[in-house]
Ligand binder design. Structure first.
Ligand code: FAD
Length: 344
């Protein structure tokens, strides 16, 4: 177990903001999860779970407590047949390494989520998704350390209450309760079928790709993303800064009356908040050191800001412009690193 002291949150989050955390502990096996929690409890400090910080924001005052990060590695095949595979993945693995591994073997289910930055452990927390796939489609179960009952346990996907960017791991009383150790996925041999998202379909058409094999979809998605999304190693951002809207049928009708395009599927009605930002003329505009990306309007790039206070000002100004124009209240997607009520 590696324990470091006084680590700036700006160095362990991709938006590169935030003052120091008292301690950062990297956990390399399940037993160390308990040791890390005991370390925090003995010091009477709150703890907070972090992955690579690609969806997390540090406050200017930092975090007076213990940041616990999952560095458990390993991609283990539990079973494999002609039809599919069950794989257990250490939460400290890089998400895209796992996607590459199963996609190269020809399994379908996560290929459209290629190149999403972050750790495997964080993937179920936000129920990450892209181009029509999300984690809830293929996750079987997670192994966790339950900090409330002080025990190791398994949670089945059906009990995770998955919805758009929502799970028991980030919502309600259970947010921050479980330290995710490993994730088990079930993937099938096969391929995804149209209809695809517009940008993916356009890429496939342009490159005359009609074989939608997991490898081809992974390559297409990777190339689309490379063209418009910032590489966290080079450019500071937290990915999509604002959430998209999931609407009821009545709300969707209302939005369409206002001229806002709604993406309707059999399961959901969605407004792409990036469209709102672009339509409001915000693409490429700067606010307090943050720029609304000129390639993908949902992304707020930290060009020169040093404080979370600047981010708050930028967020409020952008939200006001959107509210005044469309009557819709946009909300940030990344989570703030702070003490959770659970640890009180
Ligand atoms: C350029 C860019 C593009 C992105 N594109 C997408 C996209 O297409 N789709 C998408 O869904 N997201 C996207 N994101 C957001 C981000 O990649 C995902 O949310 C990812 O899962 C974050 O992983 P992480 O390890 O960095 O998580 P962190 O930011 O470190 O943590 C995220 C959440 O998970 C919790 N957590 C972390 N580890 C654990 C653990 N072991 N146990 C319990 N809870 C834990 C944290 O407390 C926090 O609530 C993008 C981000 C960037 C920077």
């Amino acid at each position: 177990m590696i324990i470091r002291e006084n680590i700036p949150l700006s160095t362990i989050t991709t938006m590169r903001l935030g003052g120091p955390a008292d301690f950062v502990i990297d956990v390399e096996n399940p037993n160390e999860a308990l040791e890390a929690i005991v370390f925090a409890e003995e010091k009477n400090l709150p703890f907070y779970f972090l992955g690579t910080g690609a969806n997390s924001l540090g406050l200017d005052e930092g975090f007076h407590g213990v940041i616990i990060r999952n560095h458990i590695k390993g991609i283990d095949i539990i079973s494999e047949s002609e039809d599919g595979i069950v794989v257990k993945v250490g939460g400290g693995e890089v998400w895209d390494d796992f996607v590459e591994f199963v996609t190269n073997k020809g399994y379908s289910g996560v290929e459209a989520m290629s190149k999403i930055p972050g750790s495997v452990a964080a993937a179920p927390v936000q129920n990450i998704g892209a181009y029509g796939q999300d984690v809830s489609n293929t996750l079987e179960s997670v192994e966790v350390f339950d900090t409330m009952l002080d025990e190791y346990t398994e949670i089945l996907a059906k009990d995770c209450d998955f919805a758009y960017r929502h799970s028991i791991f980030n919502s309600g009383d259970s947010a921050g309760r479980y330290f995710i150790l490993t994730c088990t996925f079930r993937l099938l041999k096969g391929r995804i079928e149209p209809p695809f998202y517009n940008s993916l379909q356009a890429y496939l058409d342009e490159h005359s790709i009609s074989d939608y094999s997991p490898r081809n979809i992974r390559e297409a998605v990777s190339n689309i993303r490379a063209g418009k999304l910032p590489d966290p190693k080079a450019i500071a951002s937290a990915g999509s800064f604002f959430k998209n809207f999931i609407l009821s049928d009545a709300e969707a009708d209302e939005a369409e009356k206002k001229g806002i395009p709604v993406y309707r599927t059999s399961t959901e009605n969605k407004i792409n908040t990036g469209w709102l930002l672009e339509d409001a003329g915000l693409k490429g505009k700067s606010f307090h050191g943050f720029k609304v990306s000129d390639k993908a309007a949902l992304i707020l790039i930290n060009e020169s800001a040093k404080t979370y206070a600047d981010l708050e000002k930028a967020e409020a100004e952008i939200a006001k412009i959107i509210f005044d124009k469309y009557g819709l209240k946009i909300e940030p997607e990344p989570v703030i690193i702070k003490e959770r009520a659970l640890n009180d």
